[in-house]
Write a protein that binds this ligand. Structure first.
Ligand SMILES: Cc1cc2nc3c(=O)[nH]c(=O)nc-3n(C[C@H](O)[C@H](O)[C@H](O)COP(=O)(O)OP(=O)(O)OC[C@H]3O[C@@H](n4cnc5c(N)ncnc54)[C@H](O)[C@@H]3O)c2cc1C
Length: 404
């Protein structure tokens, strides 16, 4: 019997495996991942990863491997305008450093992050089984039994479901969600530009949704471009020349000529919050517990906080000789994470509703708010600390750069 089975070998699943195994090497851990072994290498996207999460990657011993691929975000500007406005006035600027001299976030290619996490799993002797999905579960007093897509079963003292926002395991466990669709999709692609971005990230609030330009290494930027779902699908299906023309209307010419260098894909956007994060011998982590709008680039960062809190809960229980799958232990994890994820879900929801519209009174009020934040240095550094995750009072040890 396994001590811990993780369903879903994405960033969150792999991180849970590394965090627990590093602190409790005697635990027998396995990961089942639905996708084939090499599928992760095809992901051309990148994610904004906050300072607190990079501290956890340092404790995992993989930051040195990731850092050469990671672009520090040294500055951020925010604008609020219509497509037809001749200039976009800047309402808010952030210089990107938090207290200890780190940038508040880095843009990390997904391939670099997953590759490094997989390397760590291999060094720790964690068994990752590919092309196998968890297809059912049965809970007993002392273990949970998971049936797999090849007809086999695995028994474990604890199952951690990290199978993404459409988690089937969440359904199998009978956990309901609060869910709604924004009717928007986020188009993600990568562009190369003539001139350097100097580490500056930009978020332009346009009436159809935020348009984010996020700096990557070597004069490239990752785009997260929100449109109504029909328009997003039409744009992604369009010829590259048509797509580039629409892109230039939003991106502008400040970085010189643009060239598409990545796939373009549209991701439907919604809010999904699990009503419970735990059940007997069962815990949800990452998007399986909470899928949020990418307006503030915090989805995976929330998932990393789940990882750190869950690992600390499990390892401490194990050190005390307690049952790591017992519901009273798992409830500690739930009470640690529920409020924070709910707050972030609501914040991103409100921000999206506030900024993805063109009503004059709302525009005036939000621009007034942005202007106040921009003029008050204390308030601004408070927001930077919050965004970087370094000032949260309830941070688990891994996010403070400490071992469990
Ligand atoms: C447009 C967009 C931009 C974003 N940008 C950012 C950003 O800049 N910063 C940030 O922090 N977040 C960002 N996010 C959010 C981020 O991508 C997610 O939070 C993150 O992918 C969640 O990771 P995860 O491991 O929980 O789930 P996933 O990445 O969805 O991984 C789930 C894994 O489970 C596997 N799986 C599924 N079902 C099963 C099963 N039954 N059995 C076994 N395996 C299974 C899948 O194959 C997959 O590998 C963005 C999201 C979107 C849509």
């Amino acid at each position: 019997m396994l001590d811990m089975l993780i369903a879903g070998g994405g960033y969150v699943g792999l991180s849970v495996a590394v965090a627990v195994k590093q602190a409790a090497p005697h635990l027998n851990i396995a990961v089942v991942e639905a996708a084939p072994e090499q599928a992760w290498k095809k992901d051309m996207r990148a994610s904004a990863i906050i300072a607190a999460a990079t501290k956890m990657l340092e404790v995992f011993g993989i930051w040195d491997e990731i850092e050469p691929e990671a672009q520090p975000i040294t500055k951020m500007i925010v604008t609020d305008s219509k497509m037809s406005d001749p200039v976009r006035p800047i309402f808010l600027t952030f210089d990107g450093e938090v207290a200890d001299g780190r940038p508040f976030a880095h843009m990390i290619p997904n391939v670099a992050m997953v590759g490094a996490l997989r390397g760590a799993c291999e060094r720790l002797g964690i068994d990752i089984r590919h092309g196998l999905s968890a297809a059912g579960l049965k809970t007993d007093d002392t273990y949970i039994e998971v049936s797999l897509s090849d007809g086999s079963t695995l028994q474990s003292r604890l199952l951690v479901a990290c199978d993404g926002v459409r988690s089937r395991l969440r359904d199998f466990a009978g956990i309901k969600t609060v869910t709604w669709d924004y009717g928007q999709s986020g188009i993600v692609t990568t562009v190369e530009h003539e001139r350097p971005h100097h580490g500056c990230a930009e978020e332009h609030f346009l009436p159809s949704g935020p348009f984010a330009i996020l700096p990557l290494r070597n004069n490239r930027s990752s785009l997260v471009w929100t449109e109504r779902t029909n328009d997003a699908n039409r744009l992604v299906a369009a010829d590259d020349l048509v797509f580039e023309e629409e892109l230039e209307r939003r991106f502008g010419h400040k970085l010189g000529a643009l060239k598409l260098v990545g796939d373009k894909r549209a991701f439907p956007l919604g809010l999904t919050l699990a009503r419970s994060f735990v059940a007997p011998r069962f815990a949800l982590a990452g998007d399986a517990a909470h899928g949020i709008h990418p307006i503030s680039g915090q989805g995976l960062n929330l998932g990393f906080k789940d990882v750190a809190a869950l690992a600390e809960t499990i390892v401490e229980a194990d050190r005390l000789g307690l049952d790591i799958g017992a519901i009273n232990i798992l409830e500690r994890y739930q009470s640690w994470r529920r409020f924070d994820t709910f707050r972030m879900g609501v914040t991103t929801d409100v921000l999206n509703r506030l900024f993805s519209n063109d009503m004059a009174p709302i525009r005036i009020a939000r621009d007034f708010g942005l202007g106040i934040v921009d003029r008050l240095p204390g308030l601004k550094s408070f927001f930077i600390g919050q965004a970087a995750g370094t000032t949260a009072k309830d941070n688990p040890r891994l996010l403070a750069g400490e071992t469990i």
